[in-house]
Design a protein around this ligand. Structure first.
Ligand code: T46
Length: 142
């Protein structure tokens, strides 16, 4: 699958890899350096035992996030209201930036998937748009 991003308000983010041969690798994410915002919250999604799980299915009004699949793999669906695409996250140092007003889904999780999310704000349910028709109205509000 081609991971070239075509939707608005999104891009791939590649973290540096500090490799120590067979002793392992470090990847690092710093505010305003590798990550284009100040990180206020970190959460991670795991125990994805249901192969049919489809998570996300919402957009955010103000929240910015970067998603990394730090173990296993999954797919991220992106939809800016005009363009749609799916990308595969499968490298611990390659993440996807989710800017504002971007409908997103996460699915096709491997059982060992751990999805790490760096977020620009604390959890606020009021920032979510969980209905697709509302999302389209919201982005066309002018
Ligand atoms: C997103 C994608 C990538 C909290 O109470 N605090 C939190 O920080 C989070 C992230 C979730 N929750 C609660 C809210 C729900 O009752 O956990 C429950 C599951 O959340 P949700 O259905 O929104 O989970 P996902 O995987 O669909 O979406 C999550 C984030 O919520 C969302 O912001 O962009 O991951």
């Amino acid at each position: 699958m081609d991971n070239k991003i075509i939707v608005k308000n999104s891009k791939l983010i590649e973290l540096p890899k500090i490799e120590d041969g067979i002793d392992g690798t470090i990847s690092v994410a710093e505010n305003f350096n590798h990550i284009p915002f100040a990180i206020k919250r970190v959460y991670y999604i795991y125990d994805l035992l249901n192969q049919q799980a489809v998570r996300g299915k919402h957009a955010h009004k103000k929240l910015e996030q970067v998603l990394f699949c730090i173990n296993g793999l999954c797919e991220i669906g992106l939809d800016d209201g005009s363009n749609r695409q799916h990308i595969v996250l499968e490298k611990p140092n390659i993440g996807v930036y989710l800017g504002v007003e971007l409908w997103h889904t996460m699915d096709r999780f491997s059982r060992n998937c751990i999805l790490l999310v760096l977020a620009s704000d604390v959890y606020k349910e009021g920032d979510y748009i969980r209905n697709y028709e509302e999302f389209i109205k919201y982005i066309k509000r002018g």
